[in-house]
Design a protein around this ligand. Structure first.
Ligand code: 3PY
Ligand code: MG
Length: 245
């Protein structure tokens, strides 16, 4: 089994955090553009900084729409994670925005994507081959259609959103229940059968174990807010314990 790539979930453009995770040997980062305060000017500057630190950059896009998908790619992201894919048809339409014609429907940006030079015939297939497109499985319709979604040529793998998936599969709050883990295992099995990677945000030891057991190719180990609050909580606990004698 090949070892999974290990990632950090970034909700803002903190340079020190980027340097810390790169220094610790993390392989990739997820920019949570969907839920974080990123604007276009910020990601245009932050993506090359991350890449300069040797990190693979996966952008969780603002929405499953054309411009939010192509803009992070235009700024140099290695791939996109597309939230709230509703079903196969929606996946077909939106994942196309990450790949150029004839495969898909991505718009040719120039600029950074072609090293500020000119387009060549070979640029397009090369960019399609190296750009990762991971639609999210976090809606009930996408879960039902996951096999057909994974069969799309514009799809390089799938990214599971356990929290939204639990809400939308009628289980309410994500509790890391047996049913939650069965859904994740099902997506993992379908991805394995398709020969494509799957990705899991795995904050708890149980989720990390699940990711290992089912051969996730990319595992996000913690999110920046969780890591920071854990660090501050530890320091305060130490001091509280010392004060209590
Ligand atoms: C979800 O769990 O819903 C996500 O979007 C990723 O953590
Ligand atoms: Mg979600």
């Amino acid at each position: 089994m090949t070892a999974p790539k290990l990632g950090a979930w970034l909700s803002d453009d903190n340079t020190a955090v980027a340097e810390i995770v790169a220094g610790l040997g993390y392989d990739f980062v997820i920019l949570d553009i969907e839920h974080g305060p990123f604007d276009l000017v910020t990601i245009e500057k932050f993506i090359p900084l991350l890449k300069g630190l040797g990190l693979t950059v996966l952008a969780k896009t603002l929405a499953p729409e054309r411009a939010p998908i192509s803009q992070p790619l235009d700024f140099g992201a290695d791939g996109v994670i597309i939230p709230h894919i509703e079903n196969l048809e929606h996946a077909r339409r939106t994942t196309a925005f990450a790949k150029f014609p004839p495969l898909g429907d991505r718009s040719a940006a120039g600029g950074r994507t072609i090293s500020y030079g000119g387009f060549t015939e070979q640029y397009y297939p090369d960019a399609d081959a190296s750009t990762l497109c991971f639609p999210m499985i976090e809606d009930a319709g996408a879960f039902d259609d996951v096999e057909a979604i994974l069969a799309l040529d514009t799809v390089d793998g799938v990214f599971i959103g356990p929290t939204d998936l639990s809400l939308r599969r009628g289980r309410g709050h994500y509790t890391r229940s047996e049913e939650d883990f069965a859904d994740i295992a099902h997506v993992a099995e379908v991805a394995a059968a398709a020969g494509k990677p799957w990705v899991l945000p795995a904050w708890s030891p149980e989720e990390k174990q699940l990711a290992i057991k089912h051969g996730a190719s990319y595992v996000a180990l913690t999110m920046v807010h969780g890591a920071i609050s854990e660090g501050f909580a530890n320091a305060k606990r130490t001091m509280d314990d010392l004060l209590a004698g």
